[in-house]
Design a protein around this ligand. Structure first.
Ligand code: GDG
Length: 468
C-alpha cells in the first residue's frame, strides 16, 4: 500500500507506559518496544497510552523521551487483578503458548479484561490531544478488544494491531469461551501484524472457523460491517547497530576479561530468559544434566550460565517453576561439582545490567535458546549480533518452536521437548569446527542487520498508512 504524502502522528497503546522511576526521577524504561517506537514517535510526534503501574504521579513527559506525551491509564486493584494477573497471565498466556500450562477460565477475569480495555479506550477518546488524526497502534494480548473500541472514532485515522506472542491454532483458540469477542476486537483494526506466517494463518483460520459473519480471502478478512482487514507477517527485530556497537564498548570488554578469567579452561553454555514456563528452562537443565551424566570428561570442561529474570512471581505456576529450576540446579551441582573445581551450573536469579549481559553473550560458546514456544525471542538475535561484533564464533542452539527459527536458519535447530536429543545437540555443538561456526554466525548476524527493529516499525506503519 503506497504511503500518503502526509505523515500522521502516532499513538501507541501498550499495557505499560515506557517509563520507570529511578532514584533521580523518571526515565525511559529499557526494552525493545520503547527502542522500536521511539524514533517514529519522535519524528511524527506522538503519544503513548499505558497503565500507570499503580502510581498516580507519572509525568506527562520525561526528558529522554523528548516530545512524546504520556497518557496514564489508571486501574483499580480489583480490575488489575482480574485483567492482568488473571485473564492476561493465567488465561491468554498459557493458551497462546500451546497449553504448556493449563489456562484457567474465570468470568470475573473476563469482565475485568473488558473493563481494562474500556479504560484504555476512554483514555484515548477523552483527551483532546489524542483527538486529532493519528495512526493508532495497539500492542499485544493485553489489549485485544481495544481496536474495536477505538473504531467508532474512525475519522481519527487507521488502526494497527501487533501481537507479540504466538497466535494458537483454531482448535486451541476455540476452547476460550470468549474467542469470538477477541477476534471481533482485533478486527476493529485495519492491519493485524504477527511475527510469522504460521501465527498469521492461525489467526485467519480462526476467523474462518469461529466467526460466521466474516469472510476470509487470502490474507484479508472481510467483516460484516463492510471493512477489509489485512493480516500480515512482520517479524520484530532489534536495534542491531546499537547492539553491535555497545558489545565492544570498554565496559563490556572489561567485564568480558573478568569472565574469561573466571571461566578459564571451560566452554560456556548460556541461557538468558525471563523465568517463564514457556522458555523451556526445566527441559534445558535436564538435557545439561544428561550431558554431564553420559560425558564425565565434560564435568570439568563445560559450565552452564543460566540468567533467570524474575517474572510474574505472584502466579503459582511461576513460583512452582522457580522451585523446580532451583531444585534441578542444586541437584546438578550436587552431583557433578568436583572438589576444588567451580560448580557446573552458575544460576543468576536476577536481571543483570546490559553491559554484563553483552559480556555474557560474547563469552558464550553455545547459546541455549530452547523455548517450548516463543513468539519471536530477541535473545537469539541479540546473541548473534553481539558475537559477530566481537569477532566471536559462538553457536546458537535454537528451538524450532520460536519465531526466530523462521529467520535464523543457520542456527542448530532443536526440539526442546526431546531431552535426550537436546543433550546430543549440545554435545555436537561443542564439536563444530571453527570455520563452520563463523560462517553460520556471520550469516545470521547479517540477516538481523538487514532487518532491524526500525524496518519492523516502518513496515507496519507503511502498511497501515493510507488504509482509511
Ligand atoms: C515477548 C515475547 C517476543 C533478558 N534478561 C536480561 C535482559 N533481557 C532482555 C533481553 C531481551 C528481552 O529481555 C527478552 O525478550 P524476548 O523476546 O526473549 O522475550 P519476552 O520477554 O518473552 O518477550 C517474545 C518479544 O515479546 C518481542 O515481541 O520476542 O516472543 O514473549 O531483549 O535482552 N536485559 C537485561 N538484563 C537481563 O538480565 N538488561
Amino acid at each position: 500500500m503506497a504511503p500518503t504524502s502526509k505523515e500522521l502522528p502516532l499513538v501507541a497503546f501498550a499495557n505499560r507506559l515506557p517509563v520507570v522511576k529511578a532514584r533521580d526521577g523518571w526515565r525511559a524504561a529499557d526494552g525493545g518496544l520503547v527502542t522500536a517506537l521511539r524514533p517514529a514517535l519522535e519524528k511524527r510526534g506522538g503519544a503513548w497510552v499505558g497503565w500507570d503501574g499503580g502510581t498516580s504521579e507519572v509525568p506527562r513527559r520525561v526528558e529522554d523521551l523528548g516530545a512524546i506525551r504520556l497518557h496514564p491509564v489508571q486501574l483499580d486493584r480489583k480490575t488489575l487483578d482480574g485483567y492482568y494477573h488473571g485473564f492476561c497471565n493465567r488465561t491468554l498466556w498459557p493458551l497462546f503458548h500451546d497449553l504448556i500450562e493449563q489456562p484457567a477460565f474465570n468470568r470475573q477475569w473476563w469482565d475485568a479484561y473488558v473493563e481494562a480495555n474500556r479504560r484504555f479506550a476512554h483514555a484515548a477518546t477523552t483527551r483532546s490531544k489524542l483527538l486529532q488524526e493519528t495512526i493508532r497502534w495497539v500492542h499485544d494480548f493485553h489489549l485485544m478488544l481495544l481496536p474495536s473500541m477505538l473504531r467508532p472514532a474512525k475519522e481519527k485515522g487507521p488502526i494497527a494491531y501487533f501481537l507479540h506472542t504466538p497466535f494458537p491454532a483454531p482448535e486451541l483458540f476455540s476452547r476460550l469461551p470468549w474467542s469470538k469477542e477477541l477476534l471481533n476486537g482485533i478486527l476493529g483494526s485495519d492491519l493485524v501484524g504477527f511475527h510469522t506466517d504460521l501465527y498469521r494463518d492461525n489467526f485467519l483460520r480462526s476467523c474462518e472457523t469461529i466467526l460466521e459473519d466474516a469472510k476470509v480471502e487470502g490474507t484479508r478478512v472481510h467483516t460484516s460491517d463492510g471493512r477489509s482487514v489485512l493480516a500480515a507477517t512482520h517479524p520484530i527485530s532489534i536495534d542491531a547497530q546499537e547492539f553491535a556497537s555497545a558489545s565492544t564498548q570498554p565496559d563490556v570488554e572489561r567485564e568480558l576479561k573478568r569472565l574469561r578469567t573466571q571461566f578459564e579452561g571451560r566452554k560456556v553454555l548460556l541461557g538468558v530468559d525471563r523465568l517463564d514456563y514457556t522458555k523451556g528452562i526445566r527441559h534445558r537443565l535436564k538435557a545439561v544434566e544428561l550431558m554431564f551424566e553420559r560425558n564425565p570428561s565434560l564435568r570439568r570442561k563445560v559450565s552452564l550460565v543460566q540468567i533467570a529474570v524474575p517474572s510474574r512471581d505472584d502466579v503459582k505456576e511461576y513460583r512452582d517453576l522457580r522451585s523446580d529450576v532451583e531444585g534441578e540446579v542444586g541437584r546438578i551441582n550436587g552431583r557433578f561439582t568436583e572438589p576444588g573445581h567451580p560448580v557446573p551450573v552458575h544460576y543468576l536469579y536476577r536481571s543483570v545490567p546490559l553491559h554484563r549481559l553483552l559480556a555474557y553473550y560474547r563469552l558464550a560458546d553455545v547459546a541455549l535458546v530452547t523455548p517450548l514456544k516463543d513468539g519471536m525471542n530477541l535473545v537469539a538475535k541479540e546473541f548473534v549480533v553481539a558475537q559477530a561484533a566481537g569477532s566471536g564464533s559462538g553457536i546458537l542452539l535454537l528451538s524450532e518452536f520460536t519465531g526466530a527459527a523462521q529467520e535464523l536458519k543457520q542456527a542448530i535447530m532443536c526440539n526442546p521437548f526431546d531431552v535426550e536429543g537436546l543433550a546430543s545437540h549440545i554435545e555436537d555443538a561443542l564439536e563444530i569446527p571453527e570455520q563452520q561456526r563463523r560462517d553460520r554466525l556471520s550469516a545470521m548476524a547479517g540477516s538481523v542487520h538487514n532487518h532491524d527493529v526500525f524496518d519492523w516499525t516502518n513496515e507496519m506503519i507503511s502498511d497501515v498508512e493510507g488504509m482509511t
